[in-house]
Write a protein that binds this ligand. Structure first.
Ligand code: HEC
Ligand code: HEC
Length: 337
């Protein structure tokens, strides 16, 4: 009798302890999940509030090759909605057919952004938009010539007047219209969001273990946090190329080789990865963080060898893939003439 009773008790105590631990773990996991809830509204700045007229015009400009010198490249040539607003190239090709120094980043979810470009050299989407139009390697266009060209298109004259009454076609308004359209480019709900909202079946067990790892042992969330999985800050994660990133903008030693943390939404449609497009798959990205990075003075202190097991690496990738949404088809605008 005696051993039997104590065995029952042991089982009883173990069950209680396990259920306490698991409710603790659930509370932890609920806390972790809270930080990743989607916002309900898109923020628009006061100086450039949302109107339908601006967004419609901005979309036309985004898809109009006449913005480039040779009328052959649009913003969407590189920020292509078919590849989650990137171009599937290691580094993109501009005007003339020349390789750019960096990989095209997505324009998804930039309404929440603070600084733009991989090195943060632009402070607003309005200012940013005029950069690639003029950049030698991108659209190579002269702004005055562009304004004259657009003024000759009566459809544009009317649309600018509607969007910017009594101001019409100016460089500033081109920037404002494009920025307004860009802010409307938001990734839709992914399986991960349905899970966050309480649908336990929205993602599988491997992905749930991956989420836990992402927040704990793998340390990813120390930089990729919040619903868009970025702290919008700059870090050196030890990619081996010579590009100095944010250091070229601010000239502060600790910023050598630092680049903006990209959001991770729709990431499996956005290969290859990193500012130099040097990693081809998510598996390679995980290997990089596990032990593949270059150790140097500017390396982020969050970058330490992770010693992940094969199973853990698999779970991390399974989790990251749940961040991809089935976004609505983007229709091409009919352009004015
Ligand atoms: C030839 C390819 C190409 C074209 C055309 C192009 N871009 Fe880009 N875009 C890039 C590359 C490459 C970068 C990153 C450059 C860097 O960080 O130094 C970039 C960066 C950006 C960013 C910053 C994203 C971020 O996360 O900070 C925005 C916004 C953007 N482009 C919008 C546009 C708009 C609007 C147009 C059209 C007016 C345009 N791009 C045309 C290749 C292109
Ligand atoms: C120290 C901050 C930091 C940590 C920790 C971190 N990341 Fe990153 N992540 C970044 C930065 C910065 C970049 C861009 C680096 C570059 O291109 O030079 C990046 C890029 C990426 C990219 C490519 C995104 C793109 O658009 O090309 C993926 C995927 C990614 N990280 C996943 C992870 C995962 C998974 C982990 C955990 C194993 C992790 N990150 C840990 C800061 C971090």
């Amino acid at each position: 009798m005696k051993p039997k009773i104590s065995r029952t008790m042991i089982i009883f105590v173990t069950v209680i302890a396990a259920s306490m631990l698991s409710s603790l773990a659930n509370a932890d996991s609920a806390l972790m999940r809270d930080g990743f809830k989607r916002p309900t509204d898109i923020p628009f700045p006061e100086e450039n509030g949302y109107t339908d007229a601006k967004a419609v015009l901005g979309k036309m400009l985004f898809f109009d090759p006449r913005l480039s010198r040779e009328n052959n490249i649009t913003c969407a040539s590189c920020h292509n909605p078919s590849f989650a607003w990137e171009d599937a190239q290691t580094t993109s090709v501009g005007t003339p057919m020349s390789r750019l120094g960096r990989h095209t980043p997505t324009v998804l979810n930039l309404a929440w952004g603070e600084l733009f470009f991989w090195d943060g050299r632009s402070e607003s989407l309005e200012e940013q938009a005029l950069g690639p139009i003029q950049a030698g390697g991108e659209m190579a266009q002269d702004l005055d010539l562009l304004i004259a060209e657009l003024k000759a298109v009566s459809g544009y004259v009317d649309m600018f007047e509607a969007a910017f009454p009594r101001e019409g076609i100016t460089a500033e308004n081109i920037g404002k219209a494009i920025a307004t359209y860009e802010r409307t480019i938001v990734s839709a709900k992914a399986p991960f969001d349905h899970w966050i909202e309480g649908d336990e079946n929205a993602i599988n067990a491997a992905a749930k273990r991956g989420f836990e790892l992402f927040n704990t042992k793998a340390k990813c969330a120390s930089c990729h946090d919040g619903w868009n999985f970025t702290d919008w800050s700059f870090h050196d994660i030890g990619l081996g190329d010579a590009d100095e990133g944010r250091y070229e903008v601010l000239d502060i030693d600790v910023l050598k080789h630092s680049f903006k943390t990209p959001g991770l939404r729709n990431i499996n449609e956005r290969a290859p990865y990193m500012h130099n497009g040097s990693l081809a798959t998510l598996e390679e990205v995980v290997e990089h963080y596990d032990s593949g990075f270059v150790k140097r003075a500017s390396l982020s202190s969050e970058m330490q060898e992770l010693n992940l097991t094969k199973g853990e690496k698999h779970d991390l990738v399974a989790f990251i893939k749940t961040l991809s949404s089935n976004d609505p088809q983007v229709s091409l605008p009919k352009l004015p003439n």
